[in-house]
Design a protein around this ligand. Structure first.
Ligand SMILES: [Zn+2]
Length: 398
């Protein structure tokens, strides 16, 4: 396994990154690389699940790889450390909540300016650069404009749109655009990981090019159950009452998923924090510390709330992506297209809906789902956005 094997269906990108890693090895060895082959700032874009952060991590491993002329061998200490996220010179910023704040960004930029400890480069990976606050973005821009000699910034974002990455940061970065991997490529990987052929094929189609989602569907029954619940909705929306019920189930299911994850993470964090702050101690200084620690705990709670909102939104968004694909399958049936459907296991429901609505109706429903996704991204209350959508999805009476 080399560091590149995790990148599925991205041959062109791998070639570009390998060339850059070779040039970087030249620089580290004191040789002169081909002009422009290595760059200090990179922007990886692509739809969620296409492997933006996987590409960034593989590139980071290739830059630190210790095997002569085998950039990204996957076997050496450096490659393994990067894969396990424990390399001292690779700093990942993975936002759990809705945004990456300026303090976090300043701390990372400061660390990135130091000389590499073990590796050849100081590497900063920002997995969701679209979640930088404006201030954090400005702090990053300063560093990207004048990078220290051995520092490399790897940014990941859904697109190069100014909503995702500021124009000034983008202008300093070399672009790497990942494509949605083909279902066959995803299925092949799942099979390599031990999933049986039929499940791999189904999960690859249902994941719609999102490798992580396909992997979860193949291995986690709770995830495949939730998907089935969502896909049962369109064929059953025959009354307003049912639309409201469906909306309620969608939102409640997202809330439940978020709450389960939060309960797991929050209590462990709060406890670790209380222990670190010496709660339960006594004697001089405790009162002073208690005053300080109240602020720290409040900060933690704020971060946890932000993360819960994010998880709930992500969960709901996955459901909406599945719904949109259902109506795309309806369109495929109506037009007799040979394109393989996303949800072959719901072919009966797709047939039924295709016989009840027109193609224009299917398109209108896809638009409604997309409008709901946009509204959620703009912080509209989930219940309100989902109810409005569900009303539009209603089937005309037979
Ligand atoms: Zn290596």
């Amino acid at each position: 396994m080399t560091a590149w094997d995790a990148l599925i269906g991205q041959d062109e990108t791998v070639a570009i990154l390998q060339a850059a890693a070779n040039a970087a090895a030249d620089i580290a060895a004191g040789r002169t690389p081909p002009a422009g082959a290595m760059t200090h700032a990179w922007l990886f874009t692509g739809p969620p699940g296409s492997g933006r952060s996987v590409a960034a991590q593989a590139f980071a491993a290739a830059l630190q790889c210790e095997t002569l002329d085998a950039v990204g061998c996957g076997e050496c200490f450096a490659c393994k450390a990067v894969a396990h996220r424990s390399h001292p010179d690779v700093h990942s910023v993975v936002p759990e909540g809705l945004s990456i704040g300026v303090d976090e960004m300043r701390a990372i930029v400061g660390r990135a300016a130091r000389r590499p400890l073990n590796g050849r480069w100081q590497i900063v990976v920002i997995e969701d650069a679209d979640r930088l606050t404006e201030q954090a973005s400005n702090a990053l821009l300063k560093a990207v404009e004048e990078p220290p000699e051995r520092t490399v910034f790897l940014l990941c974002a859904p697109s190069t749109h100014p909503d995702d990455v500021s124009v000034t940061i983008r202008s300093r970065c070399r672009m790497v655009a990942l494509r949605t991997p083909a279902a066959a490529a995803v299925a092949a990987v799942l099979q390599r990981e031990g999933v049986d052929a039929a499940t791999a094929e189904w999960a690859a189609a249902a994941g719609q090019g999102h490798v992580g989602r396909s992997r979860r569907l193949a291995s986690d029954t709770a995830a495949s159950d939730r998907r089935a619940e969502v896909l049962m909705i369109p064929a059953r929306l025959t009354s307003m009452r049912e639309c409201l019920d469906a909306a309620d189930r969608l939102v409640t299911s997202a809330e439940t998923e978020a709450a389960a994850l939060a309960a797991e993470l929050d209590s462990a964090e709060t406890e670790a924090m209380s222990v670190a702050l010496g709660s339960g101690g006594s004697g001089r200084g405790v009162a002073t510390m208690a005053r300080g620690s109240a602020g720290v705990l409040k900060d933690l709670e704020k971060r946890q709330r932000s993360r819960a909102t994010r998880t709930q939104r992500d969960s709901l968004d996955r459901a909406l992506v599945d719904l949109a694909a259902f109506y795309r399958d309806v369109l495929l049936v109506q037009s007799g297209s040979p394109v393989p459907p996303a949800h072959p296991d719901f072919a009966d429901d797709v047939q039924l809906v295709a016989s009840r609505i027109s193609s224009a109706g299917a398109l209108r429903r896809i638009d409604a789902v997309q409008a709901c996704r946009d509204a959620l991204e703009l912080n509209v209350k989930p219940r309100i956005a989902v109810e409005a959508m569900a009303a539009t999805l209603r089937l005309p009476s037979a």
